[in-house]
Design a protein around this ligand. Structure first.
Ligand SMILES: [Zn+2]
Length: 606
């Protein structure tokens, strides 16, 4: 795994639009020069183009800023090869395929036994049978392998072994429907009702939409074209992503590693973030990084005793003080140049007409090399917010969580009887580690905060490679032990490239922009329409605050994109009530996968 530094900063490339009207002042150009040297490996070429076009200083900024968020040229497969818009003729089939998948309740739970022993896994066999029946051509032309009883791998073997395979993934499993919430669903959670606009049900969005889109795109390619891949296409469908992907994705990874080896794939596309209209501009926001994770198990052990003769602080009181120390010292918000959020801000400053002025100004200054502005940028971004807040009541600040390691004290256990002092109290704290940090750095920080408190409370403390005890001869109340809960911590994901020098990004972003610029609302014949910057889809890097199955796939390539090609508002209710997806968005999602398969197959660049 090689960490990419390609986001530092996003470099302008030749597809960038510089076309604006004439007239400009030398003074502005001189000040721009600093910015351009920062942005471009060959600043003079950009300067020449700046000389010949822009007019006002704000336009200059916009033009230069757009250079810092280079957009891939929209691409579609050649229509004489296959017209991907033909998928619209199969909308009814696509809806039915999706309904069939939703009707099979592939729920997974946090604590599950072995397949075969725990009957709750049996539903996956039904799901596999359904896929066989629904997609006969996929099962005729692709080789299917079931790994770890419930996970699926399909291989569509290409004719050219020298080309690295394309790996498309999704997960079969869904979050359980809480029985207490069923009455709040407008449609039965596993009824798969299609109301003419939306297809309803658990999994309709997360993530059977991805699975249906991939399978339908291939089934339709096979039935409506004579396409035969040069490049092997591999599909991997995990079966317990919603329970942390402990079995499915690792089994798929091991099987594929054995057969194809490390660093063997061209591109991985998995579920992820979608399109969002932010500050007046529609962005495609693939997650090109994921935060890391650590569950801290904080255990405090003290001597017990009778509640009638208690010490001033029981174990629970001591634990409360430790928790307070953690909450009083939240991880700072910060931004590093490698963060996808920095890349996103540059794109927003360049393209989003309604970006708050303060945020735009700070971003522009930061790009120009103003260190103070860059240091203050996280704070400015948190203040400005990210358009409409999508977080619910009781939740924290979404922007802040993109800029820091978050901390949530989620589980506490201690005390068994009202007349017995608690001897052991266990607290589990969930951390999502920012791309600027690591498991080790976080563990060191946690230890240092708790050590200060331990000294104050006369507790010894050990864990994460450190230990401290009160000086000998002093009274010791008890001990604190720090360990990872459930599993070892996970570092933040390597950051996938999003500069136009990366062929993988050009293909992914270009295909997304091509499909967007040929959608039925704007294109009569399914060909790319020349959209203005404002009307087009601006592809920008983003980050996921959660994890997907891709955490198991880092060994295969650095080109991992977690990307659902549809507007976030067209797929709702993931992990909660009234989950649904717009049928039209699903058809476009199928069209996107057909385009991607054909475009990547035609390219020799990745
Ligand atoms: Zn998911």
């Amino acid at each position: 795994m090689v960490k990419s530094s390609s986001l530092e900063p996003l470099l302008p490339h030749n597809q960038t639009s510089h076309s604006r009207s004439s007239k400009t002042s030398i003074a502005v150009l001189i000040s721009l020069f600093g910015l351009l040297t920062l942005l471009s490996p060959s600043p003079l070429s950009i300067l020449t183009s700046a000389f010949s076009h822009p007019s006002s200083s704000s336009e200059l900024d916009s033009v230069a800023l757009r250079g810092s968020c280079g957009q891939a040229k929209p691409i579609l497969p050649p229509s004489d090869q296959h017209n991907i818009s033909s998928v619209w003729e199969y909308k009814d089939e696509i809806v039915k395929w999706h309904q069939g998948a939703i009707k099979i309740p592939t729920e997974v739970f946090d604590e599950m036994g072995e397949p075969g022993e725990d009957k709750r896994w049996d539903i996956f066999a039904d799901f596999h049978k359904y896929l066989e029946k629904a997609y006969p051509l996929v099962h005729k032309h692709l080789q299917r392998t079931v790994v770890d009883t419930t996970a699926l791998v399909y291989e569509w073997v290409g004719t050219d072994e020298s080309l690295k395979p394309l790996f498309l993934t999704a997960h079969q499993d869904v979050v359980p429907v809480l029985p207490d919430t069923v009455y709040q669903w407008e449609q039965p959670p596993f009824g798969a009702v299609y109301d003419g606009t939306y297809i309803w049900g658990r999994g309709s969005n997360d993530d059977k939409s991805g699975l249906t889109a991939v399978m339908a795109s291939i089934e339709l390619l096979l039935s409506t074209s004579d396409f035969k891949p040069r490049r092997t296409i591999i599909l991997g469908f995990g079966s317990d992503e919603e329970a942390g992907g402990q079995r499915g994705a690792p089994a798929i990874r091991d099987w594929l590693l054995e057969k194809y080896g490390a660093d063997s794939f061209s591109l991985i596309v998995d579920e992820g973030s979608g399109m969002q209209t932010v500050w007046g501009q529609t962005f495609g926001l693939p997650a090109v990084a994921e935060k890391g994770k650590l569950n801290l198990n904080l255990t405090v052990s003290t001597l017990g005793g009778h509640s009638s003769v208690p010490p001033p602080h029981t174990n629970i009181g001591l634990t409360a003080r430790l928790i307070t120390a953690l909450e009083d010292n939240p991880n700072p918000i910060e931004l590093e140049k490698k963060s996808p959020i920095w890349g996103f801000l540059q794109c927003a400053a360049g393209y989003a007409a309604d970006i708050p002025e303060s945020l735009k100004e700070s971003t522009v200054k930061s790009i120009k090399g103003d260190k103070k502005a860059f240091k203050e940028l996280p704070e400015t971004f948190v203040k400005a917010g990210l358009g409409e807040s999508r977080t619910g009541p009781g939740q924290g600040n979404g922007v802040q969580s993109l800029l820091s390691t978050t901390q949530a004290v989620d589980i506490i256990n201690g005390g068994v009887k009202v007349n017995a002092l608690p001897e052991v109290v266990t607290t589990i704290v969930n951390y999502r580690i920012d791309v600027s940090s690591s498991v080790q750095a976080l563990q060191d920080r946690i230890f240092s905060i708790l050590q200060s408190k331990a000294e104050e409370l006369s507790l010894s403390i050990s864990g994460f490679g450190h230990s401290w005890s009160p000086p000998s001869g002093t009274f010791v109340r008890g001990s604190i032990s720090l360990t990872p809960a459930f599993e070892e911590g996970l570092d933040p994901a390597p950051i996938s490239p999003t500069d136009l020098g990366s062929a993988a990004w050009r293909l992914l972003a270009g295909t997304s922009r091509g499909v967007y610029a040929s959608r039925p609302e704007v294109s009569k014949d399914g060909k790319i329409v020349d959209l203005s910057d404002e009307e087009g889809l601006v592809m920008a890097p983003f980050m996921s605050t959660g994890n997907t199955d891709t955490r198991r796939y880092w060994d295969f390539t650095n080109n991992i994109y977690r990307w659902r090609y549809f507007p976030d508002e067209d797929g709702q209710g993931a992990h909660t009530i009234n989950e649904r997806i717009s049928a039209d968005a699903l058809v476009e999602f199928v069209r996107f996968y057909q385009a991607l398969i054909l475009v990547v197959d035609a390219s020799n660049e990745v």
